[in-house]
Design a protein around this ligand. Structure first.
Ligand code: FES
Length: 355
């Protein structure tokens, strides 16, 4: 009878276990634990950041068993990823006796997050609503290109995540750069734009995130939208410095010419790149009668023409920007023949809330 009611509730009577691939380690899942919690409490170094289902760092392939979602995976994962069996371990409760998940191998050593005290040293408007903010920290910050910092400051009601815009340095960086979009009605970002916060102290908790350049020589297809340029700029500058030799296509989607920024920096990276480098800015709301002669429309509409010489089956995609752009790009790339496992992204909204 107990088993009958448990089956109605979807709970098995036997203890629940989790097997993590590719290591093949099996651990017990305590009642009420998510898969991520079970892995971490049993000493498995499982990738994670936010633990609330927004960063996708814990994205895993469900190989066996069924799970219950604490919050819908679809808020963060694309439909294609859901259809392919990906889940978020931090939001997954087991429903069967044995759950088997496979975690994507992390090919970069991510330094542990630490707390730093910083000071804003300068603010420079890049566009009408994006400002470059330079911060000096009390000691060097070690991070991997593509990662982000969680920042708290007086006037910021909650911690915010901002990606590092510069390439990291071997000895760590005390001078950090972030691109921050103005939030309408947000006192902190409005004061930044007025240049009123120079000298303002900040708490920087960093590094976080798993967006990074994978090793190898696969051609790179990069798509960036809005204020998402920072992590991609960091990755590209880092790649240039370590002299990688891979064809690279960068599509930068913006609304109008006035919304494009750091174009000189991208062109300088392209000029020093050791293989073919194609940079395509795409404007979605540029007035029809303007002097713009470049690409128009949605950035994802230009993927196949901009990357026409790329072998999709072996290329990798690196994308940063708002969720609708990332989801549309994933669909296009998979349709073109790129494996889901070769698509890496940092999906965010501007100045997203830290958990
Ligand atoms: S740790 Fe699971 S989504 Fe961020």
């Amino acid at each position: 009878m107990r088993k009958f009611f448990q089956s109605l509730l979807g709970r098995p009577s036997a203890p629940q276990r989790l097997q993590v691939l590719p290591q093949g380690v099996t651990v017990d899942i305590a009642p009420g634990q998510t898969l991520l919690e079970a892995a971490l409490t049993n000493g498995i170094a499982y990738p994670h950041d936010c633990t609330v289902g927004t960063c996708a760092s814990c994205k895993s392939h469900l190989k066996q068993g069924r799970v219950r979602e604490a919050t819908p995976f679809g808020y963060t994962l694309s439909k294609l990823e859901l259809d392919a069996g990906f889940i978020l371990a931090c939001q997954a409760f087991p429903r069967d006796e044995l759950t088997i998940i496979e975690v994507s191998p992390q090919s970069a050593d991510m330094p542990p997050a630490e707390r730093f005290v910083g000071t804003i040293t300068s603010t420079t408007p890049l566009t009408h609503d994006i400002v470059k903010v330079c911060v000096r920290t009390d000691r060097p910050v070690h991070y991997v290109a593509g990662q982000y910092a969680s920042i708290t400051a007086e006037g910021l009601p909650r911690a915010r995540h901002y990606s590092f815009a510069d390439a990291p340095q071997r000895e760590g960086r005390k001078e950090l750069t972030f691109f921050i979009r103005k939030v309408p009605g947000g006192g902190f970002t409005e004061a930044l734009f007025k240049g009123e916060l120079t000298g303002q102290p900040l708490i920087v908790n960093a590094p976080h995130g798993h967006f990074h350049l994978r090793p190898g020589n696969a051609p790179m297809v990069c798509v960036v939208g809005g204020s998402g340029l920072a992590p991609l700029l960091s990755v590209l500058e880092h790649a240039r410095r370590i002299r990688i030799k891979r064809p690279c296509v960068v599509l930068f989607g913006a609304r109008t010419q006035a919304d494009l920024y750091m174009v000189d920096a991208l062109q300088a990276i392209g000029a020093a790149w050791l293989d073919a480098f194609t940079f395509v800015p795409v404007l979605s709301h540029e007035p029809a009668d303007s002097d713009w002669t470049g690409a128009r429309g949605m950035v994802t509409d230009h993927l196949s023409t901009a990357a026409s010489g790329i072998d999709w089956a072996v290329a990798e995609a690196y994308m940063c920007g708002p969720p609708p752009m990332i989801d549309a790009a994933i669909s296009r790339l998979v349709d073109a023949g790129m494996p889901l496992a070769s698509i890496f992204y940092d999906k965010f909204t501007d100045g997203k809330d830290a958990p």
